[in-house]
Design a binder for this molecule. Structure first.
Ligand SMILES: NC(=O)c1ccc[n+]([C@@H]2O[C@H](COP(=O)([O-])OP(=O)(O)OC[C@H]3O[C@@H](n4cnc5c(N)ncnc54)[C@H](OP(=O)(O)O)[C@@H]3O)[C@@H](O)[C@H]2O)c1
Length: 254
């Protein structure tokens, strides 16, 4: 039975960093998922034949079912599932259309839960699931509301699932980075260039996440900046942490 890793959003910044780390593991194949097939093929050219591009739109139920069929046909042992694909936009909640709202909730919440459901029957003791949540999951975040709420879902889902799967020896880790230097970030708002305090590289996030998953941790926080943020939101009332956030972004709102 071939040993594989599945990485969604492998064509993006953090996904590519995960692939770069996983090629060092003892795996027969790494299945890289995303819509941009050129970028997935570029990973194959860079890392070799054991990279298997799977171009698909994760928000399409048809594509999700095809992925399930592929698993049933290939019958691999899934050692790593990295639920990394995600979408975000910093804007007032009322700016979101029906389809953007639906796609964000689908991609950030439904898809990881469905892929976990598909993959668990192909996992053995020692397998690891990494769900890329966010530090925005720690508190309600006005103007990043929908995104932060989806990431809170993913964080809670991951930690509870880790407790449920402990007896099978499968670890589930919620990865909660702060700002990461990728194309996901909105670089400008109302004509003002946004600054991102505590920003880190995708490589730092991926390296720490793999280390934490191997140590059996249910959460991975990769920088001192985010650890302090996490402590703050535990100690302060949410009404106050929201006010502090709004104060920090006030110059971008007008
Ligand atoms: N950057 C940050 O500051 C930050 C902080 C905390 C958490 N995160 C989380 O980290 C994860 C990766 O984000 P990133 O920063 O690496 O962003 P990114 O560079 O924009 O990558 C996003 C990835 O998601 C994939 N994707 C988007 N829609 C998809 C769809 N419908 N079907 C399949 N794949 C889809 C994209 O691939 P295609 O375009 O090829 O489909 C891309 O590979 C996300 O879950 C994000 O929420 C990011």
């Amino acid at each position: 039975m071939k040993k594989i890793a599945v990485v969604t959003g492998a064509s993006g910044g953090i996904g590519q960093a995960f692939v770069r780390e996983l090629v060092r593991e003892s795996l027969d194949e790494i299945w890289v998922v995303g819509r941009n097939s050129q970028r997935l093929l570029a990973l194959k050219s860079e890392y070799g034949e054991n990279i298997i591009p799977i171009p698909m739109d994760l928000t399409s139920n048809e594509d999700l079912h095809s992925f399930h069929d592929l698993l049933k046909k290939e019958m691999p042992s899934v050692l790593w599932l990295v639920n990394n694909a995600g979408m975000a936009r910093m804007a007032p909640s009322m700016d979101f259309s029906f389809s953007e709202t639906e796609q964000t909730i689908d991609l950030n919440c439904k898809v990881p839960a469905v892929l976990i459901h598909f993959c668990i029957p192909f996992m053995e003791k020692g397998a690891k699931i990494l769900n890329i949540s966010s530090a925005s999951a720690f508190q309600p975040v006005p103007h990043l509301n929908l995104y932060a709420a989806t990431k809170a879902f993913l964080r809670n889902y991951s930690r509870a699932l880790n407790a449920e799967l402990g007896s099978c020896g499968i670890t589930v880790t919620a990865v909660c980075p702060g700002w990461v230097d990728t194309d996901l970030l909105t670089r400008e708002m109302n004509g003002k260039k946004i600054r991102f305090p505590g920003i880190v590289s995708p490589e730092k996030v991926a390296r720490k996440a793999l280390k934490d998953a191997k140590a059996g941790r249910d959460m991975s926080v990769c920088s001192l900046y985010v650890k302090c943020q996490h402590l703050n939101v535990k100690l302060l009332p949410q009404r106050l942490t929201m006010k502090l956030w709004l104060y920090g972004i006030r110059k971008y709102l007008v």
